[in-house]
Write a protein that binds this ligand. Structure first.
Ligand code: SF4
Length: 352
């Protein structure tokens, strides 16, 4: 019954689920997972279309972050053995962007491990954004931590299309994950990015000890911010961090979470990010059939991903075209629900 209600709401009435409706679906036994996955896939096709967006990241400044996020090997507080280096040369960043293009991705995200960017770093990032756009034509996203309004405006003016700032966890769990900044700090930066005119990429990490209800709450808290993209990381506990030793999600539980996120966030790019290889294992393909429609290809910030060719082969096998860009005005959703999707082009799934 909860699945039929959700299907009617999302596909017939073209409206979003209420929290009670989503919770009813979440509480179904995992034996019903195939039906939940099938519905999430239908919702993804109906609200977003068949395309999959590919993005690569560069960890442009690694480690030595003063914050204490419990999952993060880049915090200076933990003995994680992660590489520590200051902001890379622009040539190295542009070379990584060329590799991103060669891997068939259209988004390139410059990430730095900081609480927020100080002036010198911000200037260097803006120079790098300009160089990557000029030399590769890729859409550039940034993830630089907490921003001031003026910093957000400068990044938007520099042509940063999308700003990543994850909430990481739901409001109730966040204080157990991080004490050096608050959940509200993160929400504020997410709002600033949007107010400045950038698209918002805002997600988090599943499997950090949240309950099923908190997972549902997290998806609704993200939905309130109306993100264009929601990256879903599946905790891959890092040695030396406080979450080292935390059991990973079971694959079926991870698939259930991905499908629930799709039902609660029907119109976003739902991106499978860090941890997908370790947690989903043999069920990689199922992640894309459970509502996800975007991938990070190549390596993550501090862990290695699989070869981009493997993801292209997977998409080809699934018959899912690669989006040729983030899609101008792709999701036009108002109080009446999703509007007709503008025509979009696709590119072949093989990397050039
Ligand atoms: S998640 Fe970001 S802010 Fe938190 S410790 Fe890691 S790099 Fe720093």
């Amino acid at each position: 019954m909860p699945l039929q209600t959700a299907e009617r709401a999302l596909l017939d009435e073209r409206r979003r689920l209420t929290r009670d409706e989503a919770l009813a679906v979440a509480r179904l036994p995992l034996d019903e997972l195939p039906s939940l996955v099938a519905l999430a896939h239908k919702v993804r096709l109906a609200w977003c279309g068949p395309e999959v967006e590919l993005e690569s990241l560069i960890n442009a400044k690694s480690g030595a972050c003063p914050e204490d996020c419990a999952f993060c090997s880049q915090s200076v507080r933990y003995q994680s053995g992660v590489d520590v280096y200051s902001f890379l040369d622009i040539d190295e960043i542009v070379a990584a962007a060329h590799a991103t293009r060669a891997a068939g991705a259209t988004q390139f995200c410059i990430v730095v491990a900081v609480r927020g960017p100080e002036e010198r770093l911000l200037r260097r990032v803006i120079d790098a954004v300009d160089a990557v756009q000029r030399e590769t034509g890729l859409e550039v996203a940034c993830s630089l931590g907490l921003l001031t309004p003026a910093q957000a405006d400068r990044l938007a003016a520099a042509g940063v299309r999308r700003y990543n700032h994850n909430l990481e966890a739901c409001r109730a769990l966040f204080p157990t994950i991080c004490t050096t900044h608050s959940y509200e700090d993160r929400v504020n930066t997410a709002r600033l990015a949007k107010d400045a005119g950038m698209e918002l990429c805002c997600g988090g990490i599943l499997g950090m000890g949240e309950t099923l209800e908190q997972r549902v709450d997290f998806a609704f808290e993200l939905a309130e911010l109306e993100p264009c993209e929601v990256p879903v990381n599946l905790l891959d506990p890092r040695p030396g961090t406080p979450l080292d030793g935390q059991p990973t999600l079971a694959p079926r539980e991870a698939l259930q979470a991905i499908a629930l996120f799709r039902l609660i966030l029907p119109d976003t790019w739902l991106r499978l990010a860090g941890g997908r290889e370790r947690v989903l294992g043999e069920l990689q393909a199922m992640g894309l059939l459970a509502g996800a429609n975007a991938l990070i290809v190549g390596n993550y910030l501090t862990t290695t991903g699989r070869a981009p060719e493997e993801d292209h082969a997977l998409l080809e096998a699934l018959g899912m075209p690669v989006a040729d860009g983030p899609g101008e005005g792709r999701f036009i959703v108002d109080s009446r629900g999703a509007q007709a999707l503008p025509a979009r082009r696709s590119i072949p799934v093989t990397a050039d």
